[in-house]
Ligand binder design. Structure first.
Ligand SMILES: [Fe+2]
Ligand SMILES: [Fe+2]
Length: 330
């Protein structure tokens, strides 16, 4: 049987449990938080006072903070790219017979994710600290540009990617929450904490899918994991650009801002890799082919190797000035 057919079979096998995955890892619409739970109530009498207070507190937050929060928001807002990509993965089908179990998972995951961009976008709009039109143009560009995360339509590689990425977004939203709190912005801190909580749940789900694949197709799963780590996980916003600029030109500057303020660093990348290796107990997996044994050896040594490389990384002290955030306003 071809590798592609085996993957399809594995996906069909796991699909039998999709309902229990949805139940265990996602939250029903009526029970889950919504963006308006954390924003000034625009129907309320005190709306303008609440907005005023939000804007006063927002004045305390530094430049790199805004750049990072804007970049995180835009990343969340490019959700159409991620949903359409995942719907194309081998074994996930939204068309035939009204869609299979996996497409149901993807839709409900998308429904949860969609709240993140909504909440952050509304917060940024109310804050008065950022140029919304520039942000909106970047978002539209990013959706236009799509992305290429190097997974192809392979479900194994895609689930490695999502396991990694959900944890990476957990880390960054959680750090933003901590920094907001440090600057006395408890409401923004709470918003980012709530989002981070969702990301952690999603991480648990996707990494559980990988655990189960390791149980039935260990060698191929190991090779897919190695493949993804070898080529490195690209961030979903790697094509980021400002208005009037070429594709991808803003990504590194955004990522420098995130590193400088400590929201997401090269060390975090290595940490996440190590967490995945531990979670999947890569050292204990048996029944591997020779090639997969070699892949395991490679993976086990990789975090230490990457940590040495990241020590040498130098982040420029002076940041790029983005059209999204005018320094004069701060
Ligand atoms: Fe998200
Ligand atoms: Fe997520």
């Amino acid at each position: 049987m071809s590798i592609k057919n085996i993957r399809l079979e594995v996906m069909q096998f796991l699909e039998k449990n999709v309902d229990s995955f949805v139940e265990q890892y996602l939250i029903p619409v009526e029970k889950i938080w919504q963006p308006s739970d954390f924003l000034p109530n625009s129907e309320g009498e005190n709306f303008f006072e609440e907005v005023k207070e939000l804007r006063e507190i927002a004045k305390e937050l530094p430049y790199d903070f805004w750049v990072t929060l804007v970049g995180d928001t835009i990343t969340e807002e490019a959700l159409p790219t991620y949903e359409s990509w995942l719907m194309d993965v081998e074994g996930i089908d939204q068309i035939e017979n009204g869609g299979n179990g996996w497409s149901k998972w993807i839709r409900q995951w998308t429904g949860e994710e969609n709240r993140h961009g909504d909440l952050l976008n509304k917060y940024l709009y109310l804050s008065g600290r950022v140029n919304m039109r520039e942000i909106e143009m970047t978002t539209q560009h990013l959706i236009n540009d799509g992305f290429d995360i190097g997974t192809g339509t392979d479900p194994y590689k895609n689930f490695v990617y999502t396991s990694f990425q959900e944890l990476a977004t957990y880390v960054s939203h959680n750090r933003v929450a901590q920094i907001a709190k440090k600057f006395g912005d408890n409401k923004l801190s709470k918003m980012c904490k709530m989002i981070a909580g969702d990301e952690m749940r999603h991480h648990h789900a996707y990494s559980e899918f990988v655990t189960r694949i390791f149980q039935v197709d260990p060698s191929e799963m190991m090779l897919a994991f190695q493949y993804m780590m070898k080529q490195k996980i690209v961030m979903p916003a790697h094509f980021l650009r400002e208005s009037g600029q070429k594709i991808s030109t803003a990504f590194e500057q955004f990522s420098d801002s995130a590193q400088r303020i400590g929201v997401y660093t090269a060390n975090d990348y290595v940490d996440i890799m190590q967490k995945l290796i531990n979670k999947w107990e890569v050292d204990k997996i048996t029944n591997l082919t020779d090639e997969a044994e070699k892949a395991r050896d490679y993976l086990m040594k990789l975090p230490a190797r990457m940590a040495r490389i990241s020590e040498r990384l130098v982040i420029p002290a002076e940041g790029h000035i983005f059209k999204w955030v005018e320094p004069a306003r701060l």
